[in-house]
Design a protein around this ligand. Structure first.
Ligand code: NAD
Ligand code: AHE
Ligand code: ZN
Length: 374
C-alpha cells in the first residue's frame, strides 16, 4: 500500500535569525504527480542562510530549508512515470516540466509550472506535506532537503546514474551547476576570454572551474578572504585580487589587469555595490556581467546608463541557466569522468543534528561547502 503519513527527522526554522531545531515532524506521502525521496546528503548553500537570516522577501516560517540534495526515490504518487522507487535523484529547485511556455521557449530554464506555489512554500495543490502537532511547516524552494525524507513533484527531480556518490553529487543540485552553468549556458564564455569572478565561495569557485573548462585566458578572482586564493588557483584562477589590498579604485585595477576590461564578469556574493563594480570592470563595447548573487529585500542595483550605452551588458543567471532534468545528469557524468572536480570544495561533513555548525562555518569563512550526511 502507499504510504499515507510518516515521521521524518528534520531541521525546522521556526523564526528568522534563529538556529534551526532538529526534531521529528510529520510528512504526508506523495499525491498525484509527486514522489517521496529519502535524502542521503545535502549541501548548505548561502541562499539557505539568506532566507534563514530574514533577508529574503519571499521567506516564510516555520519552514524546512535546504535545496542542494541527492537521494533515492522511495514512493511515487499516482500518474508518475518519469521515475520509480529505487532511482537515484538530484533534487531541483528549478524544475523542468517541458510543457510550460518557458520550457517550450528554449530561451530560459525558468520553468513556471509550479513557481507560484513553490514561492509560497506549498506543493502544487496549495498544501504542505510537512506538519508538527497538526500545524503546517512550509516547504523551501520546492525541496526542503534538511529533512531525511521529503516530497516533491516528479518534474523537480533529475534521475542520475546510481554509481555516483550522494555526498558529492548533492552539490550539483545548486552550487556546481549554478557556477559552471553560468559560464557555459548563460554567458557562453569563449576560449581566450578574460574573466573576473567576484566572490570565491561555493558558487564563485565553480565559475572559475567553468572558465578553465572553456579555455578562458585570464581568470581573475576577487575576494576579501585571503584563504580563498589557494583553492581558487588550484581550480584555474590565474590572478587573485583582495580589494582590501588594492590602493585606489578596484574597478580601474581590474580593467588594467584584464588589458582593458573583462570580457565576462560574475558577481557571486549578493552585494549590490559589487554588482556595480562587476559591470563597470567589463570591457567597453562588449563586456558582459552576470549577476548570480542574491541580494536582500529592498536592495537595488545602480550604474550610469552610459555603462550600457557604451556596450556593457548586464544579465542574471538562476541555476546557471541549466535545465535540471536534462543537464544535471550530464554534469554528474562530467564529475564521474573527472572533467570537473567536486571533492576539494566539500570542506566539511556533518550529521543533521549538528546542522547549525554549518552556518557558523559559513560565517567564519572556513568552509566552502558543508555537506549534511543522513
Ligand atoms: P559563500 O558564502 O560560499 O561565498 C561568498 C563569498 O563572497 C565568500 O568567499 C566571501 O568571502 C566573499 N565575499 C563577501 N563579501 C565580499 C566582498 N565585499 N568582496 C569580495 N568578496 C566578498 O556563498 P555561495 O554559496 O557561494 O553563494 C554566493 C551567492 O550566490 C549568494 O548570494 C547566494 O545566495 C547566491 N546564489 C545564487 C544562485 C543563483 O542561482 N542565482 C545559486 C546559488 C547561490
Ligand atoms: N526569494 C528571493 C530570490 C532568490 C533567488 O533569486 N533564487 C535563485 C536561486 S538561489 C539558489 O541558491 C533562483 O533560482 N531564482 C529564480 C526564482 O524563480 O526564484 C527573492 O529575492 O525574492
Ligand atoms: Zn543554492
Amino acid at each position: 500500500g502507499r504510504l499515507r503519513r510518516m515521521k521524518t527527522r528534520a531541521a525546522v526554522a521556526y523564526e528568522a535569525g534563529k538556529p534551526l531545531v532538529v526534531e521529528e515532524v510529520d510528512l504526508e506521502g506523495p499525491k498525484a504527480g509527486e514522489v517521496l525521496v529519502e535524502l542521503k546528503a545535502t549541501g548548505v548553500c548561502h541562499t539557505d542562510e539568506f532566507t534563514r537570516s530574514g533577508a529574503d522577501p519571499e521567506g516564510i516560517f516555520p519552514v524546512i530549508f535546504g535545496h542542494e540534495g541527492a537521494g533515492i526515490v522511495r514512493e511515487v504518487g499516482p500518474g508518475v512515470t518519469s521515475v520509480a522507487p529505487g532511482d537515484h535523484v538530484v533534487l531541483l529547485y528549478t524544475p523542468e516540466c517541458r510543457q510550460c511556455k518557458s520550457c517550450l521557449s528554449r530561451k530560459t530554464n525558468l520553468c513556471t509550472a509550479i513557481r507560484a506555489t513553490q514561492g509560497k512554500g506549498l506543493m502544487p495543490d496549495g498544501t504542505s506535506r510537512f506538519s508538527k502537532n497538526g500545524k503546517p511547516i512550509y516547504h523551501y524552494m520546492g525541496c526542503s532537503t534538511f529533512s531525511q525524507y521529503t516530497v516533491l513533484p516528479d518534474i523537480a527531480v533529475a534521475k542520475v546514474r546510481n554509481d555516483a556518490p550522494f555526498d558529492t553529487i548533492c552539490y550539483v543540485g545548486c552550487g556546481v551547476t549554478t557556477g559552471i552553468g553560468a559560464v557555459l549556458f548563460t554567458a557562453k564564455v569563449e576560449p581566450g576570454a578574460n574573466v573576473v569572478v567576484f566572490g570565491l565561495g561555493g558558487i564563485g569557485l565553480n565559475v572559475i572551474q567553468g572558465a578553465r573548462m572553456v579555455g578562458a585566458d585570464k581568470i581573475v578572482g576577487v575576494d576579501i578572504n585571503p584563504a580563498r586564493e589557494a583553492l581558487g588557483r588550484s581550480l584555474g584562477m590565474t590572478h587573485f585580487v583582495n580589494p582590501k589590498d588594492v590602493k585606489g579604485d578596484l574597478v580601474a585595477h581590474l580593467v588594467e589587469l584584464t588589458g582593458g576590461g573583462a570580457d565576462y564578469s560574475f558577481e557571486c556574493v549578493g552585494n549590490v555595490q559589487l554588482m556595480r563594480q562587476a559591470l563597470e570592470c567589463c570591457h567597453r563595447g562588449w563586456g558582459v556581467s552576470v549577476i548570480i548573487g542574491v541580494a536582500g529585500a529592498g536592495q537595488e542595483i545602480s550604474t550610469r546608463p552610459f555603462q550600457l550605452v557604451t556596450g556593457r551588458v548586464w544579465k542574471g543567471s538562476a541555476f546557471g541557466g541549466a535545465r535540471g532534468r536534462t543537464d544535471v545528469p550530464k554534469i554528474v557524468d562530467w564529475y564521474m569522468d573527472r572533467k570537473i572536480v567536486i571533492d576539494p570544495l566539500i570542506t566539511h561533513r556533518l550529521p543533521l543534528e549538528r546542522i547549525n555548525e554549518a552556518f557558523d562555518l559559513m560565517h567564519a569563512g572556513t568552509s566552502i561547502r558543508t555537506v549534511i550526511e543522513y
